[in-house]
Design a protein around this ligand. Structure first.
Ligand code: HEM
Length: 259
């Protein structure tokens, strides 16, 4: 998410009124403490050297490697932005209800291709989601029970989701993105898509749209191909709008600008 608005500059970490982090569109972001504690250690051993933007990019890179995904080297030297505005969040964020064309438009505006969209969505092989992120696939009937409206979804999987996320489910309930191998970074996400078990509508559409279907099938059949593509697309993602030289700063604490 950080790479998306001002570029990969840790602007999403800044706290305060009206920042990107304060926008409801970023409400489900977490892990800020992990970034803060890595940064605190760095400031003890090597003050003023490693930016928060590099910490975020390296943490994402390491999360993939630790869960069994490809191990990559990525360039460092990003500088932290001083600007962070909530008003930038909505027009740039991709909602799970977006059509393929809407997703392509936002990716293209960031210099990412249709292939990058398919590849980077593969991150949904790990992690979890709140019920509200896929509630658009169901509707409440007159008896207050959920029914499936998105018939592209596998029936049994849909039933499991409706059981986990009934109408009166608490807003804090989450389900894993990839129920088969929820904490492994592998190509199971694409196998799930082929089996019509994509969690978000924005996942399922990658199989339904003929522009992306072949690539989904290729990745489902060939994990090595996914890993190679991942390495390239991740490098592109973490290079968007990077600040260098005199731009930005190296923050002392990731949640506040240094001034
Ligand atoms: C293509 C458009 C995308 C959409 C619409 C989308 C949407 C979402 C949504 C709604 C969630 C669940 C949030 C929640 O309810 O807590 C989520 C989770 C996640 N997304 Fe995406 N995402 C997209 C692309 C990406 C990309 C490009 C990456 C990384 C490269 C990514 C990585 C993740 C991860 C790791 C999680 C799990 C987070 C956790 O467990 O806390 N997503 N995504």
């Amino acid at each position: 998410m950080d790479s998306w608005l001002q570029g990969c500059d840790a602007s999403v970490l800044l706290q305060g009124n009206g920042t990107e982090r304060s926008d409801p569109g970023n409400r489900s972001l977490g892990g800020f403490q992990v970034i803060d504690s890595a940064k605190r250690m760095l400031e003890i051993f090597c003050p003023g050297t490693v930016s928060c933007a590099d910490v975020v990019a390296l943490a994402a890179r390491d999360a993939v490697a630790i869960t069994g995904g490809p191990q990559l080297q990525i360039p460092t030297g990003r500088r932290d932005g001083r600007l962070s505005a909530a008003a930038n969040v909505r027009p740039n964020i991709i909602d799970t209800t977006f059509t393929m064309n809407e997703m392509i438009n936002i990716f293209t505006a960031k210099g990412l291709s249709l292939e990058d969209l398919v590849v980077l969505s593969g991150a949904h092989t790990i992690g979890s989601a709140h019920c509200s992120a896929f509630s658009d696939r169901f509707q409440e009937d007159s008896k207050g029970k959920l029914t499936l409206i998105d018939t592209s979804l596998d029936r049994n999987y849909a039933n499991e989701l409706m059981q986990r996320c009934p109408v009166d489910a608490s807003a804090s309930i989450t389900v894993v993105n990839d129920p088969e191998t929820s904490s492994s970074f592998d190509n199971q996400y694409y196998r799930n898509l082929v089996a019509h078990k994509g969690l978000f509508q924005s996942d399922s559409v990658l199989l339904d749209d003929k522009r992306t279907r072949n690539l989904v099938q290729d990745f489902a059949n060939d994990q090595e191909k996914f890993f190679q593509s991942w390495s390239q697309s991740f490098l592109k993602l973490t290079s968007i709008g990077v600040k260098t030289g005199e731009e930005g700063e190296i923050r002392q604490s990731c949640s506040m600008t240094s001034g």
